[in-house]
Design a protein around this ligand. Structure first.
Ligand code: 6PG
Length: 242
């Protein structure tokens, strides 16, 4: 696990964008299959990407997927796909056929199957499963990631690439990438910012498998964490080196 810490959310976001562009520049003949998380954290990154890095990104060599999605229409402000389109994808030259949204309007159980099959068809395999080049993850204050909430750890060992999950706080349904794809990805990158995440980052960085995000961070093949100073665990607890 490699951790990068920056003074501000904007610098953390810019550094992550530069990192992704550099990864793609290092393999100029390859197509990159990247799965994005939603929630609030990546919104600034999407906005900065559209405004400052649009012309230096190899959009035609990217295939865009989602880690998770709320079961809502794309027009809903809750939609991860809708948010990324509004902030980034509608503003850059990436063909629609390179964008693979989870359909929040579909019957959730059917969509989990449909999207699992779509990813299995489109993302190159490593072994018997698709292997994303990059999976971008966030971390909730409760330690969830990929809409896998505490208490739903069975999704970490599911053999179904995507499954239905439920937000335990409001009962809303979500489609979530499960452990079989998370642990088969070539690279997992967590983007974590803000003081509200400093407690959960203690679990992630201190090595305890407490909650889904910490477990994923400790057991995935290759993990990088991009965080700002505010998300760094505060003093008063086991020394956490970052
Ligand atoms: C979602 C996200 C989710 C997110 C964490 C962090 O659909 O909500 O994909 O997994 O990464 O909940 O969310 P924030 O960035 O809003 O704190």
């Amino acid at each position: 696990m490699i951790t990068y810490v920056y003074p501000t959310v904007a610098e953390t976001s810019r550094s992550l964008i530069r990192h992704l562009i550099a990864l793609m520049a290092a393999a100029p003949d390859r197509i990159f299959h990247i799965a994005f998380s939603g929630g609030n954290t990546p919104s600034l990154m999407f906005d900065l990407w559209a405004r400052e890095f649009c012309d230096v990104t190899p959009w035609s060599r990217m295939r865009i997927y989602w880690v998770d999605e709320r079961c809502v229409p794309a027009e809903s402000p809750e939609s991860n796909y809708g948010t990324m389109c509004r902030l980034l994808l509608d503003k850059v030259a990436i063909p629609d056929e390179y964008i693979f949204p989870i359909n929040g309007d579909n019957r959730p159980e059917d969509e989990a199957v449909r999207y699992s099959r779509l990813v299995c068809r489109n993302v190159p395999h490593d072994g018997t499963l698709p292997a994303f080049d990059v999976v971008l993850l966030g971390i909730g204050e409760d330690g969830h990631t990929s809409s896998i909430f505490p208490g739903q750890e069975r999704l970490l060992s599911s053999s179904c690439p995507y499954e239905l999950s439920v937000n335990p706080y409001n009962g809303s349904k979500r489609i979530a990438m499960t452990g079989c794809l998370l642990f088969n990805a070539h690279r997992l990158i967590f983007l974590v910012t803000g003081s509200s995440k400093s407690e959960v980052m203690r679990d992630v960085l201190a090595g305890e498998d407490v909650g889904p995000a910490a477990y994923v961070a400790h057991h995935a093949k290759r993990v990088e964490i991009f965080m700002d100073e505010l998300a760094k665990p505060q003093l008063g607890g086991p020394e956490v080196k970052v």
